[in-house]
Write a new protein. Structure first.
Ligand SMILES: Nc1ncnc2c1ncn2[C@@H]1O[C@H](COP(=O)(O)OP(=O)(O)OP(=O)(O)O)[C@@H](O)[C@H]1O
Ligand SMILES: [Mg+2]
Length: 262
């Protein structure tokens, strides 16, 4: 089956809300991100307009270096755009100073970094609890227990990141993003280093976060079998949204991956 773009995803800008997108978890409008200057300049995002719908699971795919992580960081307010606008819900991120931006992220966003970004001096459990500690809120014990058990971290909670395997560090990074049940979870290759079983359980948990708790998930993956858990797949190529596949199947996703040839 030939994958077709989902017009509801890319043409959501006719409404009257500030971001122009109704019921969007996060939106980029004409987003440009340049790194460096002069001859060394890299345009990592090249005029991207996309909205990630609320209470939906979006997968983001595309070749290495195509701008996926940059798009996630800018959409989540971890990095500022060079031009264009980024919204979380209807909040224009350019209207927030750095302090308010940090507070907004703490309130609303969970982020699984591609490079984990665990704090090396803190134990696993301290890392997982860090967002709650910073915001002065205790994570729900039952969610904490469920996440720790799903991620098989119970016996590693009191170890520091350098005492954990790569996959264990990734699981701590996933737990940290999920235990507060944030409105929007950005996960940058959250299953990249994991065995199939743990990967499937995380994907199932992300799916139920959307279906049962109306959280919004945006997940980068290189794996078509992970992408099929999503409601749609956004393909990024050379810093642009190349196409969107709605209701992905392994075949439709693989078709695009093969067509892109990278
Ligand atoms: N801090 C930075 N300084 C300079 N260039 C950067 C920086 N971060 C990313 N880039 C460049 O921007 C482009 C997009 O990078 P990005 O990390 O967003 O790609 P990606 O799609 O996430 O790739 P991957 O699948 O390998 O993780 C790349 O050419 C990269 O080299
Ligand atoms: Mg990346």
């Amino acid at each position: 089956m030939q994958p077709r773009p989902d017009p509801t995803l890319v043409d959501r800008f006719a409404s009257t809300s500030p971001s122009g997108a109704d019921d969007a978890a996060a939106t980029l409008v004409g987003a440009v991100k340049r790194y460096g200057s002069g001859q060394a300049a890299v345009v990592a995002l090249d005029d991207v307009t996309i909205s990630f719908p609320a209470a939906r699971f979006t997968a983001v795919m595309g070749p290495s270096g195509s701008g996926k992580s940059t798009m996630m960081h800018c959409a989540a307010g971890l990095d500022r755009l060079s031009a264009g606008r980024a919204f979380v819900g209807d909040i224009d991120l350019s209207s927030l100073d750095d302090r308010r931006l940090t507070l907004m992220r703490r309130e609303r966003i969970g982020f699984v970094f591609q490079a984990f970004n665990l704090v090396p001096t803190l134990t696993a459990v301290e890392n997982i609890r860090l967002p709650s500690t910073l915001s002065g809120r205790q994570p729900d014990t039952s969610v904490f227990d469920q996440v720790v058990s799903m991620l098989r971290l119970a016996d590693r909670l009191h170890h520091r990141p350098n005492e954990l395997s790569g996959g264990q560090q990734q699981r701590v990074a996933v737990a940290r993003a999920l235990v507060t049940r944030p409105q929007v979870v950005f996960a940058d290759e959250p299953t990249g280093n994991l065995d199939t079983r743990t990967g499937q359980e995380i994907l199932g948990f992300l799916r139920s976060a959307v279906d049962e708790h109306r959280q919004s998930i945006v997940m980068v993956t290189h794996d078509p079998n992970a992408a099929v858990w999503a409601d749609h797949v956004v393909f990024v190529v050379d810093g642009r949204v190349h196409e969107v596949v709605d209701r992905p199947s392994a075949d439709s996703v693989l078709g695009v991956v093969k067509r892109l040839g990278r």
